[in-house]
Design a protein around this ligand. Structure first.
Ligand code: ASP
Ligand code: CP
Length: 317
């Protein structure tokens, strides 16, 4: 595939905010072609041969770190997973010094997850590698929103005019923020369904509609996206009642899902807390749940992102 304009302006992927619909559509088209190749078992390519990708994760991850590793290896890159818990970060080295050290080893692609919003953007100013935000604080998780969009598109075709209900802990969710930007840019209608304590202060400026009642928020929805309660980011207690109460009002079960369209799909970025935000029978539903497919699309989408960024790398060969 060739493109007549830069798909990721700036040579990094730091956020969805700022990307325009044609950029997003081009990335999704490329990811779709990787999804098909992956399904056919045609996974060995050498687009990134001789390139080094470092996964630098300051927060826990199963899906994102592993899928960047698989994506990098499938494209022929040398992939290094930095274990921050065994690194010199423990001896007091700063984030910037850690990144400069990795940069000095001619790293081409740096995939960063960090608890501080804005950390990947700061690194992108200091290193010559292409930086990919793998989740920064409560700010953004751009590859998650892109893989979600790829999954939705495969089931619903066009994203335009779809009704997408994002439910649960919105205020602490970088997944929600990236999805709001992406879905709005692509012309979908976004609804947020949450208790008032789990909505961000800036909700009025996001161009979305807000519901506190699951049945009303889900009425007629094409897509129901559930989010985990991010207790690790809840400095203040008392934002949610007990897990049982939360499930009763905001947990997705068959009864609440019956208010959405009969062919609506159920999504969750993972990790799931079954019985808190989602009932097991819905999470494992053979036709409605696309949670497994989201993970599969994560590899294809990340291959597309690495492919696009590799085309713009400053150091050639
Ligand atoms: N895995 C996603 C993230 O890192 C969502 C979550 O942790 O609940 O943002
Ligand atoms: N969805 C997601 O980012 O999962 P991990 O935290 O396991 O990477």
């Amino acid at each position: 595939m060739s493109f007549s304009y830069p798909i990721l302006p700036g040579g990094h992927l730091l956020a969805i905010e700022g990307l325009e619909a044609p950029h997003i559509a081009a990335l999704l088209d490329l990811a779709e072609s990787y999804a098909l190749l992956n399904r056919q078992g045609k996974t060995q390519r050498d687009l990134l041969r001789g390139r080094t990708l470092i996964n630098l994760f300051f927060e826990d991850s199963t899906r994102t770190r592993t899928s960047f590793e698989i994506a990098g290896k499938r494209l022929g890159a040398d992939v290094i997973n930095m274990s921050v818990s065994n690194s010199s970060v423990n001896k007091g080295e700063t984030l910037l010094d850690t990144a400069s050290t990795l940069n000095a080893m001619n790293t081409d692609l740096l995939v960063v997850r960090h608890g501080q919003s804005g950390a990947p953007a700061l690194l992108a100013q200091k290193v010559s590698a292409a930086v990919i935000n793998a989740g920064d604080g409560t700010h953004e998780h751009p590859t998650q929103a892109l893989l979600d969009a790829l999954t939705i598109r495969r089931h619903k075709g066009d994203l335009r005019n779809l009704v997408v209900a994002i439910c649960g802990d919105i205020s602490h969710s970088r997944v929600a923020r990236s999805n709001i930007h992406l879905l709005s840019a692509m012309g979908a209608e976004v609804r947020l369904v949450a208790p008032p304590t789990l909505l961000p202060a800036e909700v009025g400026r996001l161009g979305v509609s807000v519901f506190h009642d699951m049945r009303k928020g889900l009425a007629g929805a094409d897509v129901v996206m559930m989010l985990r309660l991010q207790r690790e980011r809840m400095a203040a207690g008392g934002l949610v009642p007990s897990a049982r109460e939360f499930f009763r009002f905001y947990g997705l079960d068959a009864e609440k899902l019956s208010f959405a369209k009969p062919d609506s799909i159920v999504m969750h970025p993972g990790p799931m807390n079954r019985g808190i935000e989602i009932d097991s029978a819905i999470a494992d539903h053979p036709t409605r749940s696309v949670i497994g497919e989201q993970v599969e699309m994560g590899v294809a989408l990340r291959m597309a992102v690495l492919d696009v960024l590799a085309r713009g790398l400053r150091r050639n060969g």
